[in-house]
Design a protein around this ligand. Structure first.
Ligand code: NAI
Length: 316
């Protein structure tokens, strides 16, 4: 059976263009009722250029293809905005099944040229904007014992780049929020995952070759940057076919894979390690070829280390 969104309502923030538009079209094509949220702002998030046309156009496209959607123009970056976006779903369709937190803005440059204001603006839309919509949807999802949260992180946050200190900090924050809401939501049937997309959009098209460091591979695979490459992943993660949580998925060059945080087995001893001992064991501490654990959550790291160290636990 193909994955279906029949009877389901999905909010997709920032879906008036780029990646979000592709997600909205795909989920609507599969029968979902979609709230196309987009404040229609500038790439940098600087106020003054907002337009309702972004969301309206995508709603028109969905309707022209026989789907169901409404537009919403609130900003994700405030508690009231997040509530209004979820309320729009409830008012129009009476329920909320999935939230795709995709809205985002971009500021990049040399670290010394970026300001605390830049950082705070990006934190507000990426971390704040994932937080507000998830929090507004949370009680409804909890009550129905079902929900899907799909967050948008980025290789800038999970892996790093010389020009993305502010953006990467915000996207790293989104990853941290996912780790925690995945744990908080699972007992209530709310499954939270994150993705690292790579797509041609207005956000990335303005970046000149070499501006984010030498990357000959990017130019060598332009055919894979169509947002539709990522739309299938989101349509899976936001659906009831997805039964797993707490994952980060990277879509790049037509390859989809789980990203994970592994901690090397490293070096252990039964006395505090001083700096000289650490220096003497530095290679081993860094060695990812001699085994590593992938903790499912923070208590799982305790389990892994206790097992490695032969420390038993009394149960019952
Ligand atoms: P985009 O600029 O085309 O889409 C972002 C949309 O979010 C815009 O339509 C914008 O109006 C909307 N938006 C911005 N602030 C908003 C707010 N406060 N409230 C509601 N809507 C708001 O860019 P793209 O590439 O489609 O980005 C989508 C998401 O994917 C973003 O979170 C971005 O950071 C992330 N991303 C994109 C990558 C790429 O290669 N395109 C790579 C990694 C992450």
């Amino acid at each position: 059976m193909p994955i279906s969104y029949d009877g389901q309502v999905v909010v997709i923030t920032g879906s008036g263009g780029g990646l979000g538009r592709a997600y909205a079209l795909e989920i609507a094509r599969r029968g979902g009722k979609v709230v196309v949220n987009d404040l229609g702002g500038a790439i940098t998030g600087v106020a003054g250029q907002e337009s309702t046309s972004f969301a309206d156009k995508v709603v028109d496209e969905i309707k022209a293809a026989g789907g169901e959607a409404i537009a919403n123009y609130d900003s994700v970056a405030s508690t009231e905005g997040g509530r209004a976006i979820i309320q729009a779903a409830l008012d129009a369709y009476g329920r909320i099944d999935a939230v795709v937190a995709n809205a985002g803005t971009m500021r990049y440059g040399e670290f010394e040229d970026l300001t605390l204001e830049d950082l705070n603006a990006l934190l507000a839309v990426h971390v704040g904007g994932s937080w507000t919509v998830a929090q507004a949807a949370w009680p409804h999802m909890k009550q129905q014992g079902y929900g899907r949260l799909v967050f948008t992180t980025s290789s800038g946050g999970t892996l790093g780049n010389e020009k993305l200190s502010a953006y990467g900090a915000a996207k790293g924050g989104v990853m941290g929020l996912m780790h925690n809401l995945a744990e908080a939501g699972a007992p209530h049937g709310i499954l939270c995952n994150a993705l690292m997309p790579n797509a041609a959009s207005r956000m990335t098209m303005g970046i000149q070759p070499g501006e984010m460091g030498e990357n000959p591979w990017s130019a060598a695979m332009p055919q894979y940057f169509d947002p539709r490459y990522t739309a299938g992943l989101v349509a899976y993660l936001a659906s009831d076919a997805c039964k797993t949580h707490h994952g980060i998925y990277s879509m790049l060059g037509g390859r989809l894979g789980r990203a994970f945080i592994g901690i090397a087995h490293g070096y252990a001893q039964d006395a505090p390690m001083d700096a000289d001992v650490i220096a003497a064991n530095w290679d081993r501490i860094n060695d990812d070829t001699a085994g590593y654990g992938i903790p499912a959550n923070n208590t799982d790291e305790f389990r892994i280390v206790a097992e490695l160290r032969g420390i038993g636990v009394q149960t019952g």
